[in-house]
Each structure stands twice: as structure tokens, then as C-alpha cells.
Design a protein around this ligand. Structure first.
Ligand code: PLP
Length: 410
């Protein structure tokens, strides 16, 4: 099998699994309990928190474990939106949480029932659908359009700011076309204007350098299964002092900001994956970039009418996204699968819907062309032979599909 769908999920590293295993069977204690095994579980959670924090240049107490990228995105946006709303202030909870976390923004006015938020048209649906839910509650959302390469202009972010803008949410790297945003510039603008800045960094964390302080990031979403950790675990980075309403109410876990018994094996696995990613990032980036560029060059040579989506170089080291005009992406996928090659037409969440991707539409592709999209995402485990084989098979498949189309149009 050739696995080229690492943007959908990655293979857990065997070392990650090794560290997780004891916490399923030997030490299943709840880290909140008071006896020996619980203290061990708690120590493992603490170690994982440190490892994750180190990966993004944060302090351990700014890391909040969640169930993954989607929850982190939901929490970042709804947590800001709901902070300081009159409903919570009346019960005292809004105040309480604001005070708990350093009290940067306590006592917000009652006018903050709704407000304005800036995001982009190319976000993951975990962000977009959360924004749409807020719109139904009366929020105003500005959706910025990127340029043809998929890059959002920081000047556009600046121009969209209003007096009632409460949050700017711009993804770090796109999950379909791999484009990396000008995060540092956007963060600088947000901070100059005193507005919170969230970035969905699910595709970036563990793959490219991410530094929350230098990049002026207040809130950052990440997910372990996108960087060779287990599924169902992720984190939200919350800058110290940021007022945030919880999304999941419950026990006192995660400094009373995210209830629920810790998923200890998952947290431990994510910690190990973070440690490995940090250690090997430079080497993995070099390797993936080389293979990515070879794949792009070879595909464009062998399939001359193929179009590369996104920027040629300003993209994730592991992402290739092409459109082949006149060929259905879904048909290519089925035929690649018959050759045991795992690929995607774009977002795993929308494939099967036959709706052209919102990302490809946003960078100006027509629906017809967008339907012929193919995403190939590599990992450090991808080999040169696999790239060669994929190009060979893809060329043959596209030739066959084009012949079939020509025949049916005669
Ligand atoms: C995968 C992904 C998510 C969702 O993460 P889950 O852990 O699968 O919920 C969010 N945003 C981006 C950019 C992603 O690639």
C-alpha cells in the first residue's frame, strides 16, 4: 500500500504506541485520584503537557487537552464569543472564569452579546460551521478571500477590523492546498489593535516551526493524529490571561476550563509524538520537501494539462494538490485505490459529497475544474519509489479516463 493521505490522518509512530500501552492496562488510574498509580498517571500527563508546550514555544499551563482539532476550533471561537455575555454574568460564571484565568478581560459590557469576527473562506469546516452557528445568533462574520495561491493578505485583515471585532481566526496552513498563511503579520496586526488572534494550526503543528509568542498567537488548535499521534486527542493553546468561557463544563480538570476525565493514554501518546516531531522536524521537513517537489515536477511533466493548486513553495512540506481538467477527482481516487494508493480529492470531510471544495472555489477555480482535484500528502515515511510508482499509475489512469470521456462524447 502507498499511503499519500497524511493530511487526513497520519500513522501513529510505534514509539508513541509503546508509551501509551501501559496506561491502557497496567496503569488505568484516574490522574485526579490520590493513590500511587494515580500519581504516576498524573506525572505522565504533566510530562506530556511539557512536551506539547515545548513544541509550540508555550508554557505548560497554557496547554488545554481536548478531544482533537474540531473541539479546539469550536472552543476557541465559542469560548471567546460567549465570554462576558449577560447570561453568564448574571449567574456569575462569566466573571468567575475570567478571574480564574488571570482576569485580563473581566467585566465586559452587556453589549458584547454579539460582535464581529474575522476569518477566511478557506478555513476547515470546524471553524466555518462554528462561525455560521454564531451568525445565526446575530454575530457578524467577515470571510476574507485569499489570492489565487491561497494566501490571505494581512492588509485585508487590517481593513476588515471594526470597533466591535472580538476575534481574528486565520488558519496556519490549509488542509487541502497546503498554503501557509502570514501568521506572524496577522498576529501582529491583531495585537496592535488589541484583538484576540486564533489560528487553526492542525496541519502545521509538528510539521513546521510554530512559536506562539513570536507569532502573536492567543489561541491555537492542534490535533495529535495529524502529527503521528493517536486519534481523539488534541489541545487548545490559550495565552495566559485570556478570558475564555469553557465549552465542556464538568470537573476541575484542565484548570476548571475543560471538564472530563483525562484521556491518559491519548495525552501520553500526543506528548511522545510532540517530542519526536520536535527532535526530527528539520530532517523531516528537508526530506518531505524534496519528495514533494519531485512529485510536483514529475506530475506536471507527465500530465501536461495538470494544474498545481496553491503556492509552489509557500506550502506545507508534505502537500501536493493538483487539478486535472476534464477528469473527475472521484474517478481518479477509485482507480488509485485499485492500485492500493491512498489519496484524497481534497478534504476528507467533504469527499463523497461531490460538492466542489470551498477552498478551490475561494482561490478562483471553476466548479468544473475543482471537481478534478487530487490531494497527495506525504510523510517522512514516504519513499522515492512510492513517488515514482504513484506518478506512473496516475499517468496511466488519467490517460484511460480521458479516453473514456472522449469516447462517450463522440
Ligand atoms: C483535521 C483538521 C481538523 C480537525 O481535527 P480533528 O482532530 O480530526 O477533529 C481541523 N482543522 C484542520 C485544518 C484539520 O486539518
Amino acid at each position: 500500500m502507498i499511503y499519500l493521505d497524511n493530511a487526513a490522518t497520519t500513522r501513529p509512530d510505534p514509539q508513541v504506541l509503546d508509551e501509551m500501552m501501559p496506561f491502557f492496562m497496567e496503569n488505568y488510574a484516574n490522574p485526579a485520584s490520590v493513590y500511587g498509580p494515580a500519581r504516576k498517571a498524573k506525572a505522565a500527563v504533566t510530562q506530556a503537557r511539557r512536551r506539547v508546550a515545548a513544541l509550540i514555544g508555550a508554557k505548560p499551563e497554557e496547554i488545554y487537552f481536548t478531544s482533537g482539532g474540531s473541539e479546539s476550533d469550536n472552543w476557541a471561537i465559542r469560548g471567546v464569543a460567549e465570554t462576558g455575555q449577560p447570561e453568564q454574568s448574571e449567574t456569575g460564571q462569566g466573571q468567575k472564569y475570567a478571574v480564574d484565568c488571570g482576569g485580563g478581560e473581566t467585566g465586559q459590557s452587556e453589549q458584547n452579546r454579539t460582535g464581529h469576527m474575522i476569518t477566511t473562506r478557506i478555513e476547515h469546516h470546524a471553524v466555518l460551521h462554528t462561525c455560521e452557528a454564531l451568525e445565526r445568533k446575530g454575530w457578524d462574520i467577515t470571510y476574507l478571500t485569499p489570492d489565487q495561491a491561497g494566501v490571505v493578505a494581512p492588509e485585508d485583515v487590517e481593513r476588515a477590523i471594526r470597533p466591535d471585532t472580538r476575534l481574528i481566526s486565520v488558519m496556519f496552513a490549509n488542509n487541502e492546498i497546503g498554503t501557509i498563511q502570514k501568521v506572524r503579520e496577522i498576529g501582529q496586526i491583531a495585537h496592535n489593535r488589541g484583538i484576540l488572534f486564533h489560528t487553526d494550526a492542525v496541519q502545521a503543528v509538528g510539521h513546521v516551526p510554530v512559536r506562539v509568542d513570536e507569532m502573536h498567537i492567543d489561541l491555537l488548535s492542534a490535533s495529535a493524529h495529524k502529527f503521528h499521534g493517536p486519534k481523539g486527542i488534541g489541545f487548545l493553546y490559550i495565552r495566559k490571561g485570556t478570558a475564555m468561557e469553557p465549552l465542556i463544563f464538568g470537573g476541575a480538570q484542565e484548570r476548571s476550563r475543560r471538564g472530563g476525565t483525562h484521556h491518559v493514554p491519548g495525552i501520553v501518546g500526543m506528548g511522545k509524538a510532540a517530542e519526536l516531531a520536535m527532535e526530527k522536524m528539520g530532517e523531516r521537513m528537508r526530506r518531505e520537501t524534496e519528495l514533494r517537489d519531485r512529485l510536483i515536477t514529475d506530475v506536471l511533466r507527465e500530465i501536461p494539462d495538470a494544474i498545481l493548486n496553491g503556492s509552489r513553495t509557500g506550502r506545507l512540506p508534505n502537500n501536493v494538490n493538483i487539478c486535472i481538467p476534464g477528469v473527475e477527482g472521484e474517478s481518479v481516487l477509485i482507480l488509485l485505490d485499485a492500485h492500493d494508493i491512498c489519496a484524497s480529492s481534497g478534504s476528507a470531510c467533504t469527499s463523497g459529497s461531490l460538492e466542489p471544495s470551498h477552498v478551490l472555489r475561494a482561490i478562483g477555480l471553476t466548479d468544473d475544474i475543482a471537481r478534478g482535484s487530487l490531494r497527495l500528502t506525504l510523510s517522512h515515511e514516504t519513499t522515492e519509489e512510492e513517488i515514482g510508482e504513484t506518478v506512473r499509475v496516475l499517468k496511466e489512469i488519467v490517460g484511460r479516463l480521458k479516453q473514456a470521456t472522449d469516447y462517450s462524447q463522440q
